[in-house]
Write a protein that binds this ligand. Structure first.
Ligand code: FPP
Ligand code: MG
Length: 368
């Protein structure tokens, strides 16, 4: 029986990630030792996230009682907040040379990252006719699709006001690009390419648009808004983008893997949802290289009776899950390699870079 934990043990022992822990004074630390070592940093980021949560609820408040409730509905304690976590940590790593503070505009980028992401999920549940989100009924189920779509638009509207207030046109372009990519990605997955080579490339492009673009562009924005005065700031901000991109690709590949390995309860949303929606993600695309009969099912988007069960059976018999995990690991390794290009802290602690490495490793081991 396949489990992510089994695979992660097998692959992580020889990965760049464990070597990247050279920043930590404990060297190639065990996960537990690393967590203890990082605890003060984890606490700092936890406080950032509490402020962000408070800010979001404040920004979304309005006098229309129903809209007020609906817009805030999915910002409860159940979200993983992985986007603001990564953005705040990246932002702080760019400030560390001169101070340890998170600047207000950087915190605003982390807030916007979570708001744009959640608005897109509210819309996504309408597009996917999905019932559950973050362990409870989707907004579209509670209020109906029309009001849910408008609530997503409202959250985007508030986000645009906050973005304009930052007053930096480069940053406005980066965040506008995120929204453009989210829509393009969602649109791309409404159709299926004919050939298997095109299908995989299309899947990677879609994964970048739907997930990695937000990590990449917000990390870059947070870097640009830091206090680092370095003649190479633009290049360093590009490294922040590359980190976010590779982290985001790894994160989504694991998400797609969990979709075929976890239960509804683990995920807080329906499992095998991708196949049920007619979507082909990495596990089934890799499996189809071993079992060409899957191509017929992929092309008709698993629409006939028994298609999903047969696809699950063939994925289980193939090395599709292991190859998906391995690809996620390659992106994660590249994300950690890029961090070595970042400016080192003058006091030698590199605590925020270490935490980014830790978060990257944790994303490979997550269960939901
Ligand atoms: C989740 O996909 C969906 C996204 C990451 C993006 C959805 C984007 C749109 C609906 C376009 C509109 C965008 C905005 C900004 C309003 P999924 O279905 O693979 O994941 P799930 O299992 O969590 O539903
Ligand atoms: Mg969905």
């Amino acid at each position: 029986m396949f489990t992510i934990r089994r695979l992660s043990k097998q692959f992580l022992t020889c990965s760049v990630i464990s070597r990247s822990y050279r920043y930590l004074s404990v060297g190639a630390a065990s996960h537990k030792t690393a967590t203890e070592e990082l605890q003060p940093t984890i606490n700092i980021i936890k406080e950032d996230l509490q402020l962000i949560h408070r800010d979001i609820l404040q920004h979304l408040g309005c006098y229309e009682q129903e809209l007020n409730e609906l817009a805030k509905y999915h910002f409860d304690a159940k979200g993983k907040l992985i986007r603001p976590m990564i953005i705040c940590t990246m932002a702080r790593s760019f400030n560390q040379q001169q101070d340890n503070f998170l600047h207000e505009n950087q915190r605003c980028i982390a807030t916007l990252g979570e708001m744009i992401h959640t608005a897109s999920l509210i819309h996504d549940d309408v597009v996917d006719s999905s019932d559950r989100r973050r362990g409870k009924p989707a907004a579209a189920v509670q209020w109906g699709p029309k009001k849910a779509v408008l609530a997503g638009d409202y959250i985007l509207g508030i986000s645009s006001v906050l973005l304009a207030r930052i007053g930096n046109s480069d940053v406005v372009s980066l965040l506008a690009r995120v929204i453009q990519d989210l829509v393009r990605g969602e649109f791309m997955q409404l159709s299926t390419k004919e050939s298997d080579a095109e299908q995989f490339q299309d899947y990677l492009n879609k994964t970048f648009c739907k997930t990695a673009s937000l990590f990449a562009n917000t990390c870059k924005a947070a870097a640009l808004l830091g206090n680092l005065r370095d003649i190479n700031l633009n290049q360093l901000a590009d490294y922040a983008y590359e980190f976010g991109k590779n982290f985001g690709m790894a994160f989504q590949l694991i998400d797609d893997l969990l979709d075929v390995t976890s239960t509804d309860d683990d995920l807080g949303k329906p499992a095998t949802a991708d196949l049920k929606l007619g979507l082909s993600t990495a596990p089934v695309l890799f499996a189809s290289q071993q079992f060409p009969e899957l191509q017929t099912l992929i092309l008709r988007r698993f629409s006939e009776s028994g298609d999903i069960e047969r696809a699950v059976e063939l994925i289980d018999q193939s090395d599709g899950k292991a190859r998906t995990y391995h690809l996620a690991q390659q992106y994660a390794n590249e994300a950690c390699r890029i961090l070595s290009e970042f400016p080192q802290s003058s006091n030698g602690s590199n605590r925020f870079l270490n935490y980014l490495i830790y978060l990257t490793q944790s994303t490979l081991e997550r269960r939901h």
